[in-house]
Design a protein around this ligand. Sequence first.
Ligand code: BJW
Ligand code: ZN
Length: 250
Amino acid sequence: MPNDGLRTVAEMIRPESRITVLTGAGVSAASGVPTFRGPDGLWRNRRPETLATAEAFARDPKTVWEWYNWRRQVLSTKQPNRAHQVLASWSRRFSGFTLVTQNVDGLHERAGTLNLIRFHGSIWEVLCWNRCANSPVRWWNDQIPLEALPPLCPHCGGMLRPGVVWFGESIDAGVIEKSVAALDCDIFFTIGTSALVYPAAALSIEAKRRGAYTVELNLEATPSSHAVDLAVHGPAEELLDELNALTNPS
Ligand code: BJW
Ligand code: ZN
């Protein structure tokens, strides 16, 4: 028996609908990727500030890189799940579709998602810590394991850093611009995020202010649940599969 909330959303979706989706770590949970703040989260027993800040990196780059190197190894063994696949198919099906992901894991890319915005960067990119004049702003590096920790910049011999956004760092201006443009949509989905980290958590509020119907899909209630038009609780990979089937009646 389909969920009533999902049926309501399915009835709103039209081929010409402008759909924007914000995803978080919960979307990758079914792939076996640990979330950040859950009971088995990556940061269990650690304070995020001890690893995901520029200050932590400046103090102890080796330890921070060991964590990222380990996560890259874990991720290389994982595959996109049904949630990634449904969203990738929507990116081809709806011309007005944008996916903004907070995830740095690369699984939306591997599922073939079009029109993807990486709000917090990518664990598969690196940049020069010194931002030396000869190096590109950022570049791809999927070497596993990295041969040196910290890895070194081929241009200046200094340290590289992961291409992710740490606490206290600004989101790339171009990324903000594209994300804000995507808030002018008909339906805004927030999927698998604890909605604790800003400014990502504010996107849904702004989309609603601009007239979007806002939907949250999450295993459990979040601080955003009361602010959205519809909150549906359950695993994203199952809810998206069900919603996709409801919008594709056979
Ligand atoms: C399932 C599921 C299943 C499980 N199906 N669901 C306003 C107010 C307060 C603070 C601030 C503010 N504005 C800025 C701040 C500071 C800070 C912040 O937000 N702090 C809060 C924590 C209080 N923000 C920043 O610093 C940001 N920068 C910024 O604002 O710049 C301006 C500035 C400049 C200078 C000084 C100050 C400000 C940058 C934030 C960068 C966040 N980076 C990280 C690390 C990325 C690199 C890495 O991976 O190592 O991004 S933190 C981490 O959290 C990561 C994630 O993308 C992000 C969000 O986590 P997410 O995805 O929501 O995961 P979880 O684990 O929290 O939740 C998982 C959810 O899934 C749960 O709800 C489960 O129920 C659910 N789930 N299985 C569906 N199967
Ligand atoms: Zn350099």
